[in-house]
Write a protein of this length. Structure first.
Length: 359
């Protein structure tokens, strides 16, 4: 562990030097890549330096603790105790930071929410989930861009796709894929009966140029149609909406949010590449015999991950058996109440697995 931390510190300093060079400063792609790498190293390096500083102070504090001056001895004993406690904390923090990283953690994400079971109420709940993620993104300083949406007849969405961009988005949002179940009295229910409905969420790390996903023209079918969504006077009068189908697999994406066909096609191509990347990642994991963390879902309807019970103001995450009576806060975007518990459990499982491998 010590050797690894030293190497990380060396690389951190090397990047510092590179970032001040004229060649890197004039190359936006390289500058961005190195800055991201440096940020990924920073916390571990800072903790390592703090650890070294505290360890260096311990011999002197132990000597001072033996002083004949009672006041000096007491102060040294207190500082020594604080240092040792902090060193234990740092050791645990470093252990977690050195766990194998998900290569997608620092990516932006594409999120798709669908009303699945429960008709109008499922669509309304899909709209509630979208707003929850919007508020959560705002609290993190992330940006949300709607890529495509089909409104539900009674409100909400039968389907909505959107991109969240910002710092380490996938590392938080990856736990949201799966079936989200709501239990409440619908506004349309005259007898006051509680209804159970389901909306599904699929979170995919966004594909980038680095993924080298080339889509040959011969493998694509591009259809245009009249938009039925936002777009002003052009709606239903121009063929601005675009559907792109990847012929080899039959996968397709559609986009009709933008006013121009060109913009919708560009968005659809980005979403299709993201979908293909997600499939390739899954195939690679299967071939390598990799076991996906059970906390990261697939977005399937049958995979129930969470229940939102409105009468009891309760949210339950079924993967870790976590329940909290703060649904009102969670649905308003304070999602870290649940996500932090999932992150903690994920880290605990990984640490346990690391220990098992070492044994």
């Amino acid at each position: 562990m010590l050797d690894r931390l030293k190497l990380m510190e060396e690389r951190y300093e090397e990047i510092n030097t590179l970032l001040s060079s004229p060649e890197v400063a004039s190359d936006v792609k390289k500058l961005t890549s190195l800055s991201k790498e440096q940020k990924g190293l920073e916390k571990a390096v800072m903790l390592f330096r703090e650890q070294q500083k505290l360890e260096a102070a311990i011999p002197d504090l132990r000597e001072m603790k033996k002083s004949d001056d009672a006041e000096i001895a007491e102060m040294a004993a207190m500082e020594l105790s604080d240092n040792e406690k902090r060193l234990d904390e740092i050791a645990e923090e470093i252990k977690i930071l050195l766990l194998p990283k998900d290569p997608n953690d620092d990516r932006d994400v594409v999120v798709e929410i669908k009303g699945a079971v429960g008709g109008d109420e499922a669509n309304i709940f899909a709209g509630d989930l979208f707003r929850m993620y919007q508020h959560y993104a705002e609290s993190k300083g992330w940006k949300v861009q709607v890529d495509d949406a089909t409104a539900g007849a009674a409100g909400g969405y039968s389907n909505i796709s959107f991109t969240i961009s910002g710092d380490m988005v996938y590392s938080f949002m990856k736990y949201e894929s799966g079936g989200h179940r709501v239990q409440r009295i619908p506004t349309t229910e005259s007898n006051g009966r509680i209804q159970t409905s389901i909306a599904t969420v699929l979170v995919s790390p966004e594909a980038t140029d680095d993924d080298d996903i080339e889509l040959a023209e011969k493998d694509l079918r591009i259809d245009t149609f009249c938009s039925s969504g936002p777009g002003g006077q052009g709606v239903n009068t121009t063929y601005s909406a675009v559907r792109v189908t990847y012929i080899p697999t039959g996968d397709f994406v559609a986009c009709q949010i933008a006013r121009s066909q060109h913009e919708n096609k560009a968005t659809a191509m980005r979403l299709l590449k993201t979908k293909i990347k997600a499939q390739r990642d899954a195939e690679k994991a299967e071939k390598e015999g990799a076991i996906r963390q059970s906390l990261v879902g697939s977005g399937e309807r049958a995979e129930k991950i969470r229940t939102y019970n409105y009468p009891q103001n309760r949210v339950t995450d079924h993967r870790i058996g976590f329940t909290v009576n703060r649904l009102d806060a969670v649905i308003e975007g304070k999602l870290d109440i649940v996500i932090q518990e999932l992150i903690n459990e994920d880290q605990k499982r990984k640490l346990s697995n690391e220990e098992s491998v070492r044994l």
